[in-house]
Design a protein around this ligand. Structure first.
Ligand code: BGC
Length: 735
């Protein structure tokens, strides 16, 4: 539809019809037998507004969506199509590793490809918009949603934001098999006090602008059609009614002109925050902040009409919001083809097809991080007896908390994959214990049932596991968090491996010293015991549909692990939030001088995390030579080349992530001890060496200065190049 036609359409719509465009309702409202009663009525939902709601969340399936769209458009006064939106986070039915694991690949291009596969499966299923990517910077592992973010680093998250938006949207959302992306959660949702869900966020402007906003901006610059508000207050004002945040920062400074959608019921929650006295005020705050869509509450539809009539809200505010929604529908081509790519035959053809599974397998294997290895890995394919033990040895749901459309029956388990590779007399399998103790209850979400086992059953599992461990040369112990201990509203005050599984570990250790822990989790955990007592630890996160294959690929050395942590693993819970790019403080702790009392340190634990950002081992060994700079004076227009010689001195081909960090030694505001500025993934065969070079220019040195202008300041800079954020390999230059 042409621009003028959209404007004419808007002009022709009644106020009520326009306000209905701002409503998003759940698919349950479109079941054939929906009758508006009880709580639905109290929300202000009427049959009319259900029939005219501008967008629908949570429906999928080509036939179903087509049917709803057809009936909907017949009733809609101007036959405007509805938008269908869904949370497609790490895949629709072909499930990829959780986003935190994707961050560990340090390969945004791969996430771009996986997002484009997810877009294809979604598009043929009738979906128009995905609520992804989530790019909140996350530093507190207690927060359950860290699994949904690429990690703790601003640059890394920005690169993943761009890549995923490109993957979902392609060049334009009008293209075949593309869906619109939605950057979330704006803003700073990843910094809740105490790591507790939905909690208050207090950030200085410097930290907000420098560390938290850039990934959203990167996604917006990549063309994300939507942005979602966050649930939290930020410096005292809830994001979803925060005019400065939305009008000034998002719209003016970041130049976002797409659709801004509230998070689930967040407009109504302005009341519970204590920022609006009632629904009327909540609607006014929301629309004045420029929030276009009210997700799942009746606040806008029940209040905005009156507010406009009484003159308290200008009709132009409604018009601008509706126009943005119509423009999105138009960009998707829905006025010409309201079903876009929805096609049942293509659903059968593409969903979980071989190509998609292969991409899921590759990404999963690349996301695994080898945290420890005393030489027991890789496994030998012959001549070794291996006991696969633990609640994840045969677990089928390896999808993570957000993949509620992923179906366990499609998943390759560790056992299935192991049986493809090893002779039957070489391997045994035992559960050992359930994932959780029975007294831990998780709320149902997607596929979930309480698992209740008798004492006898559990004793038998343990006995069988111990017997098998005794007989085996090595034990692969597949343990970890329950997937519902992670994700939204799944915060933990003690971030440990479930205690019953640690007990299993100890029991097995009594009879077999060669324990390779394969760890499933959605957040950094306190791994001290495993680090001390396991022979090897392989972090596999929640790896998705092809998890089993990928795990066996890596355990056997078919794929050499190359993942690097995108979030620091703390020494213990009391150390969080912990991140590599901290400030130095006026009394920095000097490693090794633990007896110096008046220093910024703990009495009982080290300052350093157990495993730092950027860390991950390989089956081969790399050396990274000293940094060569082609000059040590950088001027405003010029650049400096920083090179290292990377060498594979081990016995296997492998891939290393070479990381460039810079420290601005002094500034008008204090600067982090190190900041990631670039990285490269390099694959070398044994004995091979390669020069890896980075170009540093003045642009890389910019930051928000004391007066909040963005720019660099002359002075001394330290460059670090190495294979994790602890690297001491450094050189200096001045600007
Ligand atoms: C989450 C969002 C999600 C939305 C819709 C909310 O609870 O915070 O991330 O997109 O629900 O499902």
């Amino acid at each position: 539809m042409k621009k003028e036609d959209l404007a004419a359409l808007l002009k022709d719509m009644s106020l009520e019809e326009k306000i209905h465009q701002l409503l998003q309702l759940g698919g349950q409202f479109y079941a054939e037998d929906t009758v508006v009663t009880g709580p639905m009525k109290e929300q202000g939902f009427t049959e009319k507004c259900i029939g005219e709601a501008g967008s629908i969340i949570g429906v999928m399936g080509a036939e179903k969506i087509k049917e709803i769209q057809k009936t909907y458009m017949e009733k809609q006064p101007h036959h405007i199509p509805a938008l269908f939106m869904l949370d497609v986070i790490n895949g629709l039915r072909t499930i990829f590793p959780i986003p935190l694991a994707q961050g560990a690949t340090f390969e945004p291009k791969l996430s771009e490809r996986c997002a484009s596969i997810a877009a294809k499966e979604s598009a043929v299923s009738g979906v128009h918009v995905t609520f992804a990517p989530m790019v909140d910077v996350v530093r507190d592992a207690r927060w359950g949603r860290v699994m949904e973010s690429p990690g703790e680093d601003t640059l890394l998250n920005s690169k993943f934001a761009e890549a995923m938006v490109r993957g979902f949207q392609g060049e334009s959302v009008a293209e075949e098999y593309k869906v619109a992306a939605c950057i979330k959660h704006f803003a700073a949702y990843g910094a809740p006090d105490g790591g507790r869900e939905y909690n208050t966020v207090e950030l200085s402007d410097h930290t907000l602008y420098e560390s938290y906003l850039p990934p959203y901006k990167a996604g917006i610059d990549a063309g994300s059609e939507l942005v979602m508000t966050s649930f939290n207050t930020i410096n005292g004002i809830p994001a979803s009614g925060n005019r400065k945040l939305m009008r000034q920062i998002l719209r003016e400074e970041m130049e976002f002109d797409g659709v801004l959608i509230s998070d689930y019921a967040a407009i109504e929650e302005l009341i519970y925050h204590g920022y609006a006295a009632d629904r009327r005020e909540a609607a006014k705050r929301g629309i004045e902040a420029g929030v276009d869509i009210d997700m799942m509450t009746g606040v806008y539809i029940s209040q905005l009409g009156e507010l406009v009539k009484s003159g308290e809200v200008k009709e132009e505010l409604i018009d601008e919001a509706v126009l943005r929604i119509l423009q999105l529908k138009n960009k998707l081509g829905l006025f010409e083809n309201p079903y876009k790519d929805a096609n049942a035959e293509k659903e059968t053809k593409y969903i979980l097809c071989q190509e998609h599974r292969e991409a899921a397998r590759e990404m999963a294997a690349k996301s695994f991080v080898l945290l420890k290895n005393n030489g027991v890995l890789p496994l030998k394919k012959e001549g070794q007896k291996i006991a696969f033990i633990g609640p994840y040895a045969e677990e089928k749901n390896l999808h993570g908390a957000w993949s509620f459309l992923g179906d366990s029956k499609d998943t390759i388990t560790i056992r299935q994959a192991a049986e493809e590779v090893f002779a039957a007399n070489q391997v045994t399998f035992a559960k050992g214990c359930p994932i959780l103790e029975e007294d831990i209850k998780l709320e149902g979400f997607g596929e979930y049932k309480d698992e209740i086992y008798s004492q006898k059953e559990k004793e038998n599992w343990l006995t069988q596991a111990i017997e098998q461990a005794k007989e085996a040369d090595v034990v692969v112990l597949a343990i970890g968090e329950h997937r519902l201990q992670t994700g939204e509203s799944a915060c933990r005050a003690d971030i440990c491996v479930p205690k019953n599984q640690l007990k299993l570990f100890r029991k097995i250790k009594e009879v077999n010293q060669n324990i390779i822990v394969v760890l499933f989790n959605g957040r950094p955990l306190d791994l001290r015991e495993l680090e001390t007592h396991a022979a090897a630890v392989l972090e596999v996160w929640f790896p998705g549909t092809e998890g089993g294959h990928a795990i066996i690929d890596v355990l056997t050395g078919n794929t050499n692990p190359s993942g690097k942590l995108s979030m620091s693993f703390p020494y213990c819970t009391g150390q969080v939030p912990v991140h590599y790019n901290e400030f130095s403080t006026g009394r920095p702790h000097v490693p090794g001088r633990d007896k110096d009392r008046f220093r910024s340190k703990y009495l009982d634990i080290p300052n350093a995390p157990l495993y730092p950002f950027g860390y991950g081992l390989s089956y081969t060994e790399f050396t990274c030579g000293p940094i060569q700079l082609d000059g040590n004076q950088l001027n405003q227009q010029g650049s400096i080349k920083a090179c290292v010689l990377l060498k594979n001195i081990g016995k296997a081909a492998g891939t290393e992530v070479v990381q460039l960090y810079i420290q601005d030694v002094s500034g008008s505001v204090v600067r982090p001890v190190k900041e990631l500025k670039d990285f490269q993934k390099v694959t070398l065969i044994p004995g091979e060496e390669r020069e890896v070079s980075f170009t540093i220019s003045e642009k890389d040195l910019r930051f928000y200065r004391e007066d909040m202008t963005f720019g660099s300041e002359p002075g001394l800079f330290r460059v670090y190049i190495g294979t994790d954020s602890n690297t001491e390999n450094q050189a200096e230059f001045t600007l």
